[in-house]
Design a protein around this ligand. Structure first.
Ligand code: HSE
Length: 430
């Protein structure tokens, strides 16, 4: 028995011609935080996937460990099995693995790829242990292995390293690779107790089944091995990683960071040195305003430093069902992606969003009264910020662009040579 993930008809009306829709049969291993969220996402996005990519995903089999467990998504009865052999016998084109751990994930991955089926996996432990072997198996079988969601949750870091950055002469990959420990450290910085912070991260679906893997740095080390494989071609399963987590003394480490004038982050780093690739996962005190210091909660951040492309920073949601499921869906769509085909060209809507602005004028217009009156005629309020190099600068209240445009035209007509910039650093009102 199989279930179509509700694919309503293509958008009704309009002049769009109906495109051929290809059905892709999917077997899903794991239906917990990530797998369950994927089922929901596929359901919600079915019409869009069909309209944009001409695909319909049909769920044919779902492997779970405990059929009695409460799940985030409702599964059609008859699809669920606890038997790996039965799961692998399903007639599918694509296997999605979100069950985690090495057993039975390794068997599923090997058998799926050996039989020519595509494999999409969120499993960092699996890819760190067997990535190159599975990639070779996929090549031999003429199929694909994709694992975007295994590192960095919803951040497209794997894709960036595979497709764009891989040959830029990478010298180092560094970043925050574990959402749970970053969430815990953020809460500790706010005075929470460690046990409460970890329990909260678990309740939010960020932590591994065994959260010790998060706080001890093992999860980050797996992800780092995968990044080092893509960046430097090192064998992930044997790359030595010097690893220290945020346990057993998270509070004392956080205090040490504060005494040293910074904030604590668990940082993974793989760098190319004269002696080869050195890799570490360890607590690091960083400046609060730095890229890593500003990475809060379950966010991850990855900085790729390279000879020919400078430094590329990627950051975003690093853990949790929804971002990880989005990355899985992206992999499921790989090869099928099409650019969106606009249904029609809508008339440009008026941008009514209000922003604060900095406006500067020069020459004879630098009289405060004149400028205030001109802005007021366009319905704008402003206060003087200061003068520099003969220009007068004012900061305005929150106004939509059409008003600013009106004021700028009036100032232009008066020969004031105005400049205007959106003022995102404006002090809060009141
Ligand atoms: N437990 C992992 C984390 C989930 O907290 O980053 C995402 O890989």
């Amino acid at each position: 028995m199989s279930a179509t993930l509700h694919a309503p008809e293509a958008p009704a009306g309009g002049s769009r011609t109906r495109r051929e829709v290809r059905t892709v049969r999917v077997a899903l291993a794991g239906c917990g935080t990530v797998g369950g969220e994927l089922v929901r996402l596929l359901d919600r996005s079915a019409a869009a996937i069909r309209a944009r990519h001409g695909l319909r995903f049909e769920l044919a089999s779902v492997l779970v460990r405990d059929p009695a467990r409460e799940r985030p998504a409702k599964l059609p009865p008859g699809l669920v099995t606890t038997d790996v052999a039965e799961f692998l016998a399903a007639d599918v084109d694509l296997v999605v693995e979100a069950i985690g751990g090495l057993d039975p994930a390794t068997r599923i991955a090997r058998e799926a790829l050996a039989s020519g089926r595509r494999l999409v996996t969120a499993n960092k432990a699996l890819v760190a242990a067997h990535g190159p072997e599975l990639a070779a198996l996929a090549r031999r079988s003429g199929t694909r292995l994709d694992f975007e969601s295994a590192v960095g949750g919803g951040i497209p870091v794997i894709r960036s390293l595979r497709d764009s950055l891989g040959l830029t002469g990478i010298s180092a990959v560094r970043g925050i690779l574990n959402g749970t420990s970053n969430y815990v450290l953020t809460r500790l910085g706010e005075g929470w107790r460690y046990a409460d912070a970890l329990a909260d991260a678990q309740a939010r679906g960020f932590a591994e089944a065994d959260p010790e893997r998060d706080v001890s740095g093992q999860d980050a080390a797996d992800k780092l091995r995968i990044l080092a494989w893509l960046a430097f071609g090192t064998e992930p399963s044997t790359l030595p990683v010097r690893r220290r987590g945020i346990v057993p003394h998270p509070d004392r480490l956080a205090r040490a960071a504060s005494v040293a004038g910074g904030v604590l982050r668990l940082v993974g780093e793989a760098a190319l040195t004269d002696e080869g690739v050195v890799a570490s996962v360890e607590p690091v005190v960083v400046a609060a305003g730095s890229d890593l210091g500003r990475t809060r909660d379950e966010e991850n951040a990855v900085v790729v430093a390279s000879r020919w492309n400078g430094s590329v920073r990627l950051s975003g949601p690093g853990a949790g069902g929804s971002p990880t499921a989005s990355a899985l869906l992206g992999d499921m769509l790989r090869g099928a992606q099409r650019l969106p085909r606009p249904a029609s060209t809508p008339a440009a809507p008026t941008d009514r969003r209000a922003h604060r602005w900095v406006i500067g004028v020069s020459g004879r217009c630098t009289d405060e009264g004149f400028l205030a009156r001109t802005l007021a005629r366009a319905g704008m309020v402003a206060a003087t910020l200061g003068r520099a190099d003969g220009d007068l600068f004012v900061g305005t209240g929150a106004h939509p662009w059409p008003r600013v445009d009106l004021a700028l035209r009036a100032l232009e007509a008066s020969g004031c040579s105005p400049v205007a910039a959106r003022w995102e650093s404006a002090p809060a009102d009141g």
